[in-house]
Design a protein around this ligand. Structure first.
Ligand SMILES: [Zn+2]
Length: 413
């Protein structure tokens, strides 16, 4: 089978997928690409285990309404969710009828949960019928099934309340064709532990993985004191102050030393790091120019929350090494990259903010990146860049981070 010639997805289509993934607590689970070599849209798992949806750009172009894009992408996501995803070699094969219906049912539920209106679904279906080859299931079967599931979802939302219904529907796999109120309630009962509407993704994931704590949010804020530097390729020095604010939630009682902070730099980076005290008592247990680490001297009771901040100062010796390869990125001598290395935690939201007192250049796609250590899965996004009062600020936020994921932000000066 020829290798598909794939390229990055268009912004609107990518946003639709991100919204759907967020809704299903599956951020970053599936990557999206475009290719003129597929007929409409296909789901596949690459040999390295990466989940991808590939679509044909002129099938989801600007002419079609957003609900049409959402219906197509949610259908493909349904193939992934339901475990009906083809391997790379069978991208041109048509999935069996049952798989198509499962994906359609999932898509219908998803679109209702995401708030698309019924008339938008009808409009999208009318358009879809005109664009699909005659197939099994027939377009008429698919329309009936999609509208039936859409309406059933609406009924469940009325009966159970929005978030409980949404949660139950999205967690109930392979029952897309048979979700009744009774089944949903049984499912809810079984998972009663997790069913508090305020239970976050990290809390559910952390409990499943028997973690003592999870992080409701993490904000890593970097201030580059680089205002005096005119040429980053000439000798000189500057510093950067890094502060990280954590919102910790204890799932079980913790003891002193359960929470640890580590700051480090890559050895060839012409940079050193030192610990700066912040909100907590600590015991430094590792201290050298490239790595500092401390245990925190506080404990938490189960269900207790605590907001803590940690801090470090980075000192740069210019010129920076031209070959600072770190986590797969190679910043040029004027540029820099910061990473949050998440070894251990489930995190609902991570925000990385880099303030420079130099103007930053427009970020490129890929400058905000997420890497999964276990299977080398990588995705790259475009950070937000804003300027005001002499500062340029690059920001990116990631949702639903798992252990052994690395998030990073590259800045261009
Ligand atoms: Zn399909």
């Amino acid at each position: 089978m020829a290798k598909l010639n794939r390229y990055p997805a268009d912004g609107r289509t990518a946003k639709v997928l991100v919204d759907l993934l967020d809704q299903a607590y599956l951020s970053n689970w599936v990557r999206l690409e475009a290719s003129a070599e597929v007929s409409n849209a296909v789901s596949l798992i690459t040999p390295s285990g990466e989940r991808v949806i590939v679509y044909r750009p002129d099938f989801l172009d600007r002419e079609v309404p957003e609900a049409f894009v959402a219906l197509v992408i949610a259908h493909e996501l349904g193939h992934h969710i339901e475990g009906d995803t083809a391997g790379l070699a069978v991208t041109q094969a048509r999935p069996p009828k049952e798989a198509e219906l499962r994906a359609d049912a999932f898509a219908a539920k998803m679109l209702k949960v995401r708030g698309y209106r019924e008339e938008q679904i009808v409009e999208a279906l009318d358009l879809l019928v005109g664009k699909l080859p005659a197939s099994t299931p027939t377009p008429e079967e698919r329309r009936r099934l999609i509208l039936k599931n859409y309406k059933r979802t609406r009924d469940l939302q009325t009966e159970l309340g929005d978030s409980r219904a949404a949660y139950a529907l999205l967690e109930t796999k392979n029952s897309a064709l048979a979700t009744t109120k009774a089944e949903v309630e049984a499912e809810l009962k079984k998972k009663s532990d997790d069913l508090d509407d305020h239970t976050s993704w990290a809390e559910r994931a952390g409990k499943k993985d028997k973690k003592k704590t999870v992080l409701e949010s993490v904000v890593m804020s970097v201030r580059l004191n680089d205002g005096d530097i005119t040429d980053f390729t000439q000798p000189g020095k500057y510093t950067a102050d890094v502060e990280i604010t954590y919102h910790v939630l204890a799932l079980e009682d913790t003891v002193e030393g359960d929470l640890e902070e580590v700051f480090h730099v890559s050895p060839e980076s012409s940079t050193t790091v030192s610990w700066v005290p912040s909100t907590e008592k600590y015991s430094l247990h590792h201290k050298d120019p490239v790595r500092v680490a401390a245990f925190f001297r506080f404990s938490l009771k189960a269900r207790e929350r605590r907001t803590i901040q940690t801090s470090a100062r980075y000192e740069y010796t210019l010129p920076l090494s031209p070959s600072r390869k770190t986590h797969g990125v190679e910043p040029s001598q004027a540029d820099d990259a910061f990473f949050y290395i998440n070894q251990y935690d489930y995190i609902n939201e991570l925000v990385l903010v880099i303030r420079s007192s130099k103007p930053l250049r427009e970020p490129m796609k890929g400058d905000a990146l997420l890497e999964r250590e276990v299977d080398n899965f990588k995705i790259g996004s475009t950070p937000l860049l804003q300027s005001e009062s002499g500062y340029s600020v690059a920001t990116f936020r990631w949702r639903n981070l798992e252990p052994r994921q690395i998030a990073g932000l590259l800045i261009r000066r």
